[in-house]
Design a protein around this ligand. Structure first.
Ligand SMILES: O=c1[nH]cnc2cc3nc(NCc4cccs4)[nH]c3cc12
Length: 373
């Protein structure tokens, strides 16, 4: 096993790209969707089931794991991969975003963020240096820079100041990360929806040099049109030969539109969180299994889907166990949604490799208009 991290761009079709990220813990086929494993578990899923959906890599959250069970405890127990029984690659977010969206009583300074735990009110500090140390203790393969994601809407000067702080933090993250063969540090582009600020951010990150580059600051309520408008220029401002990771995205049509615009990696809680709330994604659109119209329906969710929910159960059964709040409901619907999301990724990888992405995209959108779901 070579102790190296590399990205091979294999084919492009318009702005869409397909390739492979090679890490000591295995390969990640791109475009890739990362299921979210916030508290060292993809909720309601066994790790081997997550692997069966086709996921090559998971996302873990620094913020949650530093609070509980702590990174030190996970390190003592052999690292996050051993702890959660997932031996493939893991990417960890750096915690800055979660602090701002989850913890109360926080204070942001040039040094970093001090905050109180949303679990027990204990006091903590996150900075570029402490975030790098926590992610090192966790043992994640891809580490994210410690950044600040400004809440939208915000005026341009506020966005510029926030982006420039994040660039100073990116520099400190790089310095604190050190020399870690086989591991990667990704920079995070900020700058809101402003093309000039995003260009300044991209230039600053490239001067520092990273193994991959994320498009941050999006999927924070701006809406799909504004996000796509930003993605029409932001990925192209980043190095062509490194992975481009769009954070926190998204619905199936968001994912397709992002890949179309040059994004290689994404993560989102949507398929797993929705699985627990009865929202089911299918190629004909969204099914809300709670709806009474499913109570007697003997059909599977999708008779072309390979997942256990579609192979072995009727909509009537899935409706029943959801209404009864049985644990198997969250398990089966999460398994289905994650499978559906991975099948979208596999469909796009194959279409880009064949040079037929436009036809694949047209079929994807036509299927959702068909109705009768
Ligand atoms: O700029 C970012 N920096 C570091 N992590 C992020 C995570 C992100 N997740 C979303 N959207 C998905 C959401 C998850 C929870 C609230 S919104 N947008 C995001 C932006 C960033």
């Amino acid at each position: 096993m070579k102790n190296t991290f590399s990205f091979e761009l294999q084919k492009t079709d318009g702005a869409a790209r397909t390739g492979v990220i090679r890490t000591p813990r295995g390969e990640v086929r791109t475009p890739a969707f990362m299921p979210v494993g916030t508290a060292a578990t993809v909720k309601a899923m066994m790790p081997e089931s997550v692997a069966e959906t086709g996921a090559d890599i998971l996302l873990g959250n620094t913020y949650h794991l530093m609070l509980r069970p702590t990174a030190e405890r996970i390190d003592r127990l052999g690292g996050l991969h051993r702890f959660m029984n997932w031996d493939r690659p893991i990417l960890t977010d750096s915690g800055g975003f979660q602090v701002m969206s989850l913890s109360g009583l926080r204070k942001l300074t040039e040094d970093g963020v001090t905050f109180k735990s949303h679990i027990d009110g204990s006091k903590h500090v996150l900075s570029p240096e402490t975030s790098m140390e926590i992610q090192r203790l966790l043992g994640s393969d891809i580490v994210m820079c410690f950044d600040e994601c400004p809440a939208l809407p915000a005026d341009k000067s506020r966005i510029a100041d926030s982006m420039r702080l994040s660039m100073r933090w990116a520099d400190r993250s790089r310095a604190a990360f050190g020399d870690r063969p086989g591991h990667a540090l990704f920079g995070i582009q900020q700058g809101g929806l402003e093309e000039d600020l995003r260009a300044e951010s991209a230039e600053a990150l490239q001067q520092i040099g990273f193994e991959g580059y994320a498009v941050g600051g999006l999927a924070v309520g701006e809406g799909q049109e504004a996000m796509f408008g930003c993605l029409d220029f932001a990925p192209g401002q980043l190095p062509v030969d490194k992975p481009r990771y769009l954070m926190g995205v998204g619905k199936p049509d968001d994912i397709v539109g992002a890949v179309k615009r040059g994004i290689d990696m994404m993560d989102c809680v949507l398929p797993s969180r929705s699985g627990r709330t009865g929202q089911v994604f299918t190629r004909h659109g969204v099914v809300n299994i709670k709806n009474a119209r499913h109570a007697d329906d003997p059909r599977p969710l999708d008779d072309t889907c390979r997942c256990p929910a579609c192979r072995n159960y009727s909509r009537a059964y899935l409706h029943h166990v959801f209404r009864s709040q049985e644990m198997i409901s969250g398990m089966l619907l999460t398994w289905h949604n994650l499978t559906y999301f991975q099948d979208i990724m596999q469909g796009m990888r194959a279409a880009i490799a064949a040079g037929t992405f436009d036809a694949w995209e047209a079929d994807f959108h036509a299927g959702r208009a068909a109705g009768d779901i």
